[in-house]
Design a protein around this ligand. Sequence first.
Ligand code: EPZ
Length: 420
Amino acid sequence: MDSFLIKGGVPLCGDVAISGAKNAALPIMAAALLTREPCVIRRVPRLVDVRYMGQILSRLGAQVTWEDDAVRIHAAKIKGVGDYDLIRKMRGSICIMGPLLARLKTARVSLPGGCVIGARPINLHLKGFASLGARITITGGYAQARARQLVGAEVFLGGRAGSTVLGTANVMMAATLAEGITVIESAACEPEIVDLANCLNAMGAKVTGAGSPIITITGVKELHGVEHEVIPDRIEAATYAIAAAATKGEVTLHGARTEHLAAVLDKLQAAGVRTERRGAALVVRRGRRLQPVDITTLPYAGFPTDVQAQMMALLTLVPGISIITERIFESRFMHVSELGRLGADIEIEGPSAIVKGGRPLSGAPVMASDLRASAALVIAGLAARGTTLVNRVYHIDRGYEEIDSKLRGLGARIKRLQES
Ligand code: EPZ
């Protein structure tokens, strides 16, 4: 397993290009299952999870060919079973279920199981499919949905933590080929849902309201192929913005959509970080002495849970008390103990982490545990005095395209140690 060796204390300076959004690319790749015509998806980030989705689609019978940052998916003939060993490794693959159900009227997908950040149930996905007339059975660790014909319906997708992003994607995709009209209430409003809806409409679907809590889908007979470019990754952009602030540097982000970053920029500005638009680019630099801020993660357009760990790394450097409350996942504080190894003073109180910031961090060996926690450890290592060794960086390769070379391009002293 690879590791990153980081020599901290160097301000990040320069330009970084933001890649396509992982969390938009995954459901959009799955959407190619809805048509027997070829689909070309551009600005697909070269990530482990994205390649993995390609493997899953191939195992379902689709032809998948990669051309630079584009992928061509031709699902002329497919089968409806997502194997356990494939789905288990990547929870995001659950979004093949809606398209399989819509196209084949049957889908059998292994229950994704939990991961380090929480239980990751799919009850709301299955509730949505059942509302469309599918019969749901759970046997042998698989969820099976079958329907003679999907029929449009009203479905409420709100759960204990608000809506469900991939649940909304799954039900929206299933509804595109249902008979009649489907109204999803308490739909997820994330930009990745809007991007998926735009792609579906370009395939001939009739989806309105994406980006709002009420999405209406009027079923059509069939969908056709598409060429679609994925939106930029707002979580990657937030990660580099926070790294610039944490290292007292100045970084220009190219390709980020600032309207997708409003909650993050609001909190960075409240902490004293300077951000400004320069044409289509976003410049981020550490302003005056930073101030502590309180963060609560919420469904979009609230502060994103996928930026919680990275923000915590920054706030460990800010003198004063910052309180971070995680409202989306039940155990997304795996990075707290590892940040503690770098000298951070953080106490967990239920859903909140109390960050007593201001003590300088000092480098140490740390262990990555999940995608965003790994990013937090890299940020902390870049800001810490001395050398930090981040182990198990395969976690980070799942969601950040070429992060070590992008950081080196900003002046970071980071080296990938390949395990022999
Ligand atoms: C998506 O996961 C993202 N992944 C996650 O990003 C992101 O953190 C999450 O949305 C929340 O924004 C992809 O898009 C591939 P949810 P998803 O369903 O859709 C509960 C990253 O780091 N819930 O919105 O799986 C669930 O337990 C990843 O890039 C149910 O109760 O998340 C959680 O508490 C991590 N029942 C909350 O809803 C369900 O049927 C939000 O989960 C589904 C979800």
